[in-house]
Design a protein. Structure first.
Length: 181
């Protein structure tokens, strides 16, 4: 893969990156590289995925965990920590094609600023209706809904004894104690 200083990367460039154990993403044509997630990150991701799969699976929606490519455009290929897909036709041999219903990013020290800023902005621009942030340090989940001006907070919960509900998914209640344990 040969890349010039002013050249945007494409899906073809991304697909040609050798597997070296690192996590690669392409955002607006630029390459993002992050280290493997921590064990705590993976535990929380798995526990949250289980609760989301129980709720969304009963509604014919599918939950995927990273690594999975979400191909928004030829210049935007991301690997959110968790992805909820509403339409089965979005799932292809390459990954998830187009904007999913919900993207969850679990904040790590190396990704905190990027997830809250650049990636949140880009997810909104690319048409992701729901975006959640999971903060391992504060044990907080923040839920955002897309608006014409970007994402707006709709629900949040922090700590172990609190459950999280969401106005757009009225029957969903997350057990935070089970997520953080």
């Amino acid at each position: 893969m040969k890349v010039g200083a002013n050249r945007k990367l494409t899906y073809s460039d991304y697909a040609a990156i050798p597997d070296d154990g690192k996590r690669y993403e392409v955002l607006e044509g630029g390459l993002l590289v992050t280290p493997a997630p921590s064990p705590l990150h993976q535990r929380v991701s798995f526990r949250l995925q289980q609760q989301l799969a129980q709720f969304f699976g009963a509604r014919s929606r599918e939950v995927f965990a990273a690594p999975i490519d979400v191909i928004f455009s030829d210049h935007d290929i991301l690997q959110p920590d968790l992805v909820i897909v509403e339409r089965a036709q979005q799932v292809s041999a390459r990954g998830i094609e187009g904007a999913p219903l919900l993207v969850v990013e679990i904040l790590s020290p190396s990704t905190r600023r990027r997830d809250r800023g650049l990636k949140a902005r880009r997810y909104a621009e690319l048409g992701v209706p729901h975006f959640w942030l999971v903060d391992l340090e504060t044990r907080r989940i923040e839920c955002f809904r897309s608006t014409p001006a970007g994402y707006s907070p709709v629900s949040q919960a922090e700590g172990e004894t609190i459950s999280l509900s969401h106005p757009d998914f009225p029957d969903l209640t997350l057990d935070l104690a089970a997520i953080w344990r």
